[in-house]
Design a protein around this ligand. Structure first.
Ligand code: 4NP
Length: 166
């Protein structure tokens, strides 16, 4: 299955993506840092914005989970700037594409739509799968999340490039 097309931006020439998990301290912050870095490397940071949030409010204002941050730092990313935010319906109006980490997050957003889908719909491996919640598990879970997030972020940046083509 090929990667889905991106929904058209609301403002031509700009694109805004939101990444959503439950706590906004593990999965969506890792995806936010990695996708932002890939966007930057592709020279698209002036036009593409990336943000993340969680459906739950427990961690609002907190930095990333220490294990998520350590996994990113060991792989050469800057995990220091993240502060958790909570999802609100206004995010739907403010973003061109909203990507949920798992089916439960997707249901909490009101389900699938043209602009709301699973992050791993863009993963060339295991397309349409979930990013498993590593919060209650061991360090292996964070490595697995990083692998999925790096692969999927590369595919999303390819989709941004296709959007830019005339
Ligand atoms: P995340 O992981 O959704 O990937 O950020 C979780 C973080 C915190 C909790 C659950 C999942 N929690 O219940 O506090």
């Amino acid at each position: 299955m090929s990667a889905p097309e991106l929904p058209a931006p609301r403002t031509p020439g700009r694109y805004s993506v939101a990444l959503v998990c439950l706590g906004n301290i593990c999965r969506s912050p890792m995806a936010d840092v990695v996708l932002s870095q890939r966007v930057d490397e592709a020279g698209l940071s002036g036009r593409v914005t990336v943000a993340s949030c969680g459906t739950g409010d427990w961690h609002v204002g907190h930095p990333m989970d220490g294990r998520a941050a350590a996994t990113l730092t060991a792989a050469g990313y800057d995990a220091s700037r993240h502060r958790a935010q909570q999802w609100a319906q206004t995010w739907l109006e403010e973003h061109d594409l909203v990507l949920a980490m798992d089916e439960s997050n997707l249901a909490d957003l009101g389900g699938r739509s043209a602009r709301v889908r699973l992050f791993r719909d863009f993963d060339p491996v295991g397309t349409g799968g979930e990013v498993p919640d590593p919060y209650y598990g061991g360090d292996d879970g964070f490595e697995e999340v990083l692998t999925m997030v790096e692969r999927t972020s590369a595919a999303i940046v390819d989709a941004f490039r296709r959007l830019e083509e005339p």
